[in-house]
Design a protein around this ligand. Structure first.
Ligand SMILES: [Zn+2]
Length: 327
């Protein structure tokens, strides 16, 4: 089912054979994974068009365990970590990526090719000291988009450092960034090798970085991280979702500053409940609804309201932007 026009214009057609083959190989030996990837062919989708951009909604019942995951410290301590090698299914294969990260097939996919990229160590989900590794892997995996969900921003294993990856061309944010940046983005900084943009009127707040030099994009994100961190001193790390991809020699990184983990609709009762727990994919423009009833009833206004609850508010976004001109 499709409502409205909301087509992405393709993305980069350079998906590495090595990664595609890894998925194919895994699905030959793991029925659960193979069944869930086959199920994606029948996934239902709706699209809502806003002013110059769109948000899709995907009905994906297999994502219930992620959307409804209990991530409080007691619940985390009481379960076995599903990203640690000793607890992973024997059938789950791994691919070494270097930098102490490995690639696993995500058996509960949103993307047609969906990987989890955990650290080989059971260490907490933190961005700052792992950003360089993330950018390095992003370049290795041109044709894929990597994303990071902060420990209070949608990570269902906040105790085990990990990224995820899916094929480019699926999330609306990629093409919308290109069409919106000149007209609707504010260019906060421009140097020879770095551009930083801010988007105020995209339902959510977004800061985007473009650079062909790893050190430049790394330094710029680090600076924004520290400045945002000072605005949320009570947090172990500022509330962030991050999406990045590497295209023809350039890193593009979208950073979504937040103020809340889950919206009021998540905790509401009965008719008012919408079981939506926004993370990077939702911020990239695809809302995931694990329950059919939510998929059927969600409206444009709900999406607008959910984004406004969980995204950084106007005033604090203005303050954060104000610190960026002098990076
Ligand atoms: Zn672990």
């Amino acid at each position: 089912m499709k409502i409205g026009k909301c087509e992405n214009d393709g993305g980069i057609d350079v998906m590495s054979e090595r990664f595609k083959n890894f998925l194919t190989g895994q699905n030959h030996t793991w029925k659960l994974s193979a069944d869930n990837y086959r199920g994606l062919n029948h996934v239902e989708e709706r699209s809502f068009n806003y002013d110059g951009f769109c948000v899709k909604v995907q009905y994906n019942p297999e994502r219930m365990r992620s959307s409804a995951a209990k991530v409080d410290s007691q619940s985390i301590a009481a379960r076995k970590c599903f990203l640690c090698e000793e607890n992973r299914p024997v059938v789950q294969m791994k691919l070494e990526l270097g930098n102490d990260f490995i690639l696993l097939v995500n058996p509960f996919p949103i993307f047609k090719t969906h990987f989890t990229i955990p650290s080989v160590h059971h260490v907490p989900q933190r961005l700052l000291h792992n950003l360089k590794a993330m950018l390095t892997i992003t370049k290795q995996m041109e044709g894929f988009l990597l994303f990071y969900n902060g420990p209070e921003c949608g990570a269902s294993a906040p105790d085990h450092l990990h990224f995820q990856a899916g094929e480019t061309g699926f999330l609306p944010v990629e093409s919308e960034f290109e069409t919106m940046k000149e007209e609707h983005g504010s260019l906060l900084l421009q140097s020879d090798r770095l551009k930083i943009w801010a988007f105020d009127h995209y339902l959510r707040k977004m800061i985007s970085f473009e650079s062909s030099v790893l050190e430049q994009v790394l330094e710029a994100i680090t600076q924004v991280y520290f400045r945002f961190s000072r605005m949320q001193p009570q947090k172990e790390e500022p509330m962030i979702n991050l999406l990045c991809y590497f295209n023809k020699g350039t890193w593009v990184v979208h950073l979504f500053p937040r103020k809340l983990h889950r919206p009021s609709q998540f905790f509401a009762d009965g008719e008012k409940q919408l079981l939506i727990s926004p993370a990077s994919v939702d911020f990239g423009g695809v809302f995931i609804t694990p329950r059919r009833e939510d998929f059927d009833k969600i409206r444009m206004e709900d999406i607008r309201d959910i984004f406004s609850q969980v995204s950084l508010d106007e005033e604090n976004f203005r303050i954060l932007k104000g610190t960026i001109g002098n990076i």
